[in-house]
Every structure is written in C-alpha cells, then in structure tokens.
Design a protein around this ligand. Structure first.
Ligand code: HEC
Ligand SMILES: [Cu+2]
Length: 330
C-alpha cells in the first residue's frame, strides 16, 4: 500500500480503500471475462457440445436472489466505507491549528494564527491536527496535497475546510488541481512537516506583525463592526442587540436563517456572513449589515474570523462542521 508516499493515517486509509476497490473491480472483471472466455472455448466452432437452450430457460430464483443481494451488499458496503472516510474529512477535531490559505492567480498565500505569512509554502507540526481554511481571490482553484490524500475546490468569496494530522516529517509538494489560467501549472508549493521543536523555532524566526486575532480586533473597530455589533468591549452598550445580533458567543452556536435552515456558526459561516450577510429568521434590527465583498481583502477576513472565534472562549477552536452558510447543515 505504500508505493506512493503517505504522510498521515488518513492517507493510509484512503490507500487501503483504493486498493480494496481495485481488488474487487479486478475480481468482477475476472469473473465476467472468465465466464465469457469459458463459453467461447466451450462452444467454439467444431466442438460437439451444443448449447442447451432448454436448460438455460430454467431460472433458479434462489441463485438470482443470492447473487443480486450479495452484489448489493458488497457495493453498498463499499459506499459506506468510502462515505465514512469522506465525512471524517469535514469534521476537524477541536483544538486544530487554523491556517488560512488563499488562492490567487497564480499563487497560494498562507496566514498563520501568529500572524506569520508565506507564499507557496506551508509549515505544519507533526502529530497535531491542522485545519486549513481555504478561499480564492479570483477564480476557482483546487488545493491538493497528494501525500496527505486531501484536496478541495477553492471558491472565491467562501471558506472551504480541510484538515489533517501529519504523521511524519518531510517536505512534500502541494498543487492547484483546477485549471485556472495561463500559469496554472506553476501554482504549486511546498508542505514542510516539522517536529514540534522545529515548528516552534520556525514560527519564532518568521517575522509577523501582530497575531491574527490582534489584527482582527483592530479591523473590527476600524471597519465599524463594533458600532453595530455588541461585543463586550467596544459596543456603546455591550448587551444592546437592537442594532445587530451580538457576536459574543456566536461562533459555535446554532443560527436559524430566514429560510428556516439551521447552521452551526463555524469559521466558514463567519467568513461568508461578512461577505454576504445572511438573514436570520425573525430578524428585525435597526440597521442593515452592509456587504464587505470587495471592501475587505481575504487577509483581513481571515483576521476577523480568527478574532470573532475568540469571542466564544469556551470553544477551543473550530469545533463546528465545515458547512458554509448556504451549505447543508448536517
Ligand atoms: C450597520 C450595522 C452593521 C455593521 C457596520 C456590521 N454589521 Fe454585521 N450584522 C448587522 C446586522 C443587522 C446583522 C443581522 C442580519 C440579519 O440577520 O438580517 C449582521 C450580521 C452579522 C453576522 C452574521 C451572524 C448573525 O448573528 O446573524 C456576522 C458574522 C457579522 N454581522 C459580522 C460583522 C463584521 C465582522 C462587521 C465588520 C466588518 C460587521 N458585521 C459590520 C449589522 C452590521
Ligand atoms: Cu489555481
């Protein structure tokens, strides 16, 4: 199972699944072609054996039902096996390190919680869950790290999430796997998986201008968010929700939208809400939330999302699902 390098337990599970699929497909192929070949040889011209059409008309119901249900069980089992692996990919464990990745023709910009930034490079520690919050500044890209067997389309104006726990150190390539223009083929980068000490050293030696949360807090005031949204420190009255819903404790809570659909306010929800404010069910506020699409750059949105999350201190990090505001709540 290791003819291609793997750098996580998940990658191993994906490979076992794919190997299983190949083996079962080969078995089915072998059976069908084996029977064909057998009949071709048995009934070839010049042989005395003649097909017995009368016997062939006799159907055995027991046999029919048995092979139909066996096939159904096997393929439904495969479906459940694959689905379970797929679903796990959307549930980052609480406490995962959140790293913001923005695709842009033709590069990947990466922002760390400590405020460090880099381009076409991603540094992560081994053995700790990492959640990537992915978005694009222009067209649709797709972020893929083959060695971890994870990939996701990256859409402008929304957050998508991927997570992984790397289990070996080393350097591996990541790619854009969605044709996105002329220099698409150069839109790659290097994932470096470090041990805990090297990671801490790397964070320290990489310059940063304030943590994401600090930057986000400043943006929250500078863009007038605090003028409408009660947040314990800045609103004229911390509990006044006549102008806008409170953002304290919003992250991780359940929000019912105007269409009756309830979603968990995760990082993707926060991001998408700033770009494209959702209507809450029964909302009646004295103000209207302006859209910040095109007003705030993705770097700023990442900082705001990081800041808003700290207003729900009981939740260590992204504990919600990765569904976005319009996605299906699960
Ligand atoms: C002019 C007032 C105003 C400003 C400025 C404003 N908002 Fe809002 N915001 C609202 C209102 C009103 C809603 C509720 C919309 C609804 O449910 O109809 C809202 C909804 C939200 C939501 C959705 C969550 C929820 O509880 O429904 C988030 C997140 C949010 N705002 C964040 C921000 C951020 C971040 C900023 C600054 C970049 C900002 N807002 C600026 C008024 C404002
Ligand atoms: Cu691309």
């Amino acid at each position: 199972m290791t003819w291609l390098p793997e750098a996580s337990a998940h990658a191993m599970r994906i490979d076992i699944l794919l190997t299983g699929l190949v083996i079962i497909s080969l078995a089915v192929l072998g059976l069908v072609f084996g029977l064909m070949l057998l009949n071709v040889l048995r009934f070839r011209a010049g042989r005395t054996t003649v097909a017995d059409h009368v016997a062939a008309r006799h159907k055995s119901w027991g046999f029919e039902i048995a092979w139909t249900s066996a096939t159904l069980a096997i393929f439904f089992g495969l479906f459940l096996w694959a689905t379970q692996l797929y679903v796990v990919g959307f549930r980052p464990p609480a406490g995962a390190i959140q790293i913001y990745v923005t695709g842009k023709q033709w590069m990947w910009k990466v922002q760390y919680p400590g405020g460090q930034r880099e381009i076409n490079a991603l540094h992560v520690p081994v053995g700790r869950p990492v959640q990537l919050l992915l978005t694009s500044e222009d067209v649709i890209h797709d972020f893929s790290i083959p060695v971890l067997r994870i990939k996701h389309d990256v859409l402008p104006g929304r957050y998508q999430s991927l997570w992984f726990t790397a289990d070996r150190t080393g350097s591996f390539r990541f790619y854009c796997t969605q044709f996105c223009g002329l220099a698409h083929s150069r839109m790659t980068g290097m994932l470096t998986i470090l041990n805990a000490a090297d990671y801490a050293g790397w964070l320290n030696s990489t310059p940063a201008t304030g943590s994401l949360v600090q930057t986000g807090e400043a943006l929250f005031i500078r863009n007038g968010c605090s003028g409408c949204h009660a947040s314990s420190r800045y609103a004229p009255d911390a509990t006044d929700t006549s102008r806008a819903p409170s953002v304290v404790g919003l992250y991780g809570s359940r929000v019912t939208l105007a269409d009756g659909h309830a979603v968990v306010a995760d990082a993707a929800f926060l991001h998408d809400a700033i770009v494209d404010p959702p209507r809450r069910s029964g909302a009646s506020y004295a103000t209207e939330m302006p859209s910040f699409r095109g007003v705030l750059a993705e770097d700023d949105l990442a900082a705001l999302v990081a800041y808003l999350q700290t207003l729900s201190p009981s939740i260590p990090q992204d504990a919600g699902s990765s569904s976005n505001a319009a996605g299906a709540g699960n």
